[in-house]
Design a protein around this ligand. Structure first.
Ligand code: SAH
Length: 252
């Protein structure tokens, strides 16, 4: 029996060496409020007020491909880490979860620097809309950079995708910060006229900043630096003192 098994594995290996690359074209592209990597949450669903659109492309821009999609509340997105692809990969990475300088195997992490730069995220399905001539899937809770190429979309199937007894010693919980988010008077004044276009903007900014996007080494020190991030077409500036985070300005 063992002999047969090893023969079987051998044949699989040979077949894979013969066909060692696959061509895949994007099926869709993401329109995301996150215009740069800084401040994007580390995983999906940490920032529920993040709203985006998946625009179907070319051959995939047909209503047939998304027929019955709305029978599912959530979707799996498989995508290419196009923003970091040029930096290549290494077998060992510094996982943010491990704090300092300890390295761990790339396959033991969700690092963006992987042999095949493929990411996966579960997002909430909000509805179907259009962007000009193209169909779009409205989503929320995303952790994707604007312009991310999507290579596949699949329904999230709770009976199988939820593993109730699963555990991760490396990342046991969402690890939210204890920051309190406040807005300066001038930031509130700047926010007011923007709420017509972005009704959830204040909650969105609060949720993003609650994740404390600063690099780990900054969180430890007495940090007085002013930070900036881009959400939609807005530049948001803030500063942290102890556990208080103050949004200083919101400008276009
Ligand atoms: N949920 C995904 C992503 C985890 S890494 C997965 O597990 O595969 C999350 C980080 O990916 C975010 O903080 C963001 O900075 C980065 N990211 C998102 N979209 C990206 C893109 N298109 N290119 C490069 N990095 C991206």
């Amino acid at each position: 029996m063992y002999r047969n098994e090893s023969l079987l594995w051998q044949s699989v290996r040979v077949k894979i060496t013969m066909q060692d690359s696959f061509n895949m074209a994007p099926v869709a592209v993401i329109h995301s409020p996150y215009k740069e990597k800084f401040a994007i949450p580390r995983q999906p669903n940490l920032v529920s007020a993040a709203h985006g659109k998946i625009e179907l492309l070319l051959d995939c821009n047909q209503s047939e491909l998304i027929r019955d999609l709305e029978q599912h509340s959530h979707l799996w997105l498989l995508f290419v880490f196009h923003g970091t692809i040029e930096r290549g990969w290494k077998p060992l990475v510094k996982a943010p979860r491990l704090g300092g300088n300890k390295k761990t195997g790339v396959f033991a992490t969700r690092s963006t620097h992987r042999p095949n730069p493929i990411g996966m995220s579960v997002v909430k399905l909000e509805g179907i809309s259009r962007i000009n001539d193209n169909l779009a899937i409205d989503i929320s809770g995303l952790d994707l950079l604007d312009g991310t190429p999507i290579i596949d979309i699949k329904p999230y199937i709770p009976y199988s995708d939820v593993v109730v007894d699963a555990s991760s010693q490396m990342a046991p919980d969402a690890q939210s910060s204890s920051l309190t988010i406040n807005f300066s008077d001038s930031a509130l004044q700047q926010l007011a006229p923007l709420t017509t276009q972005y009704p959830q903007l204040q909650t969105f900014i609060e949720q993003v900043l609650s994740q404390d996007p600063r690099p780990a080494y900054r969180k430890k020190s007495n940090d007085t630096q002013e930070y900036g991030m881009s959400l939609y077409d807005l530049n948001i500036r803030w500063q942290i003192q102890g556990n208080d985070c103050m949004v200083l300005s919101i400008s276009q």
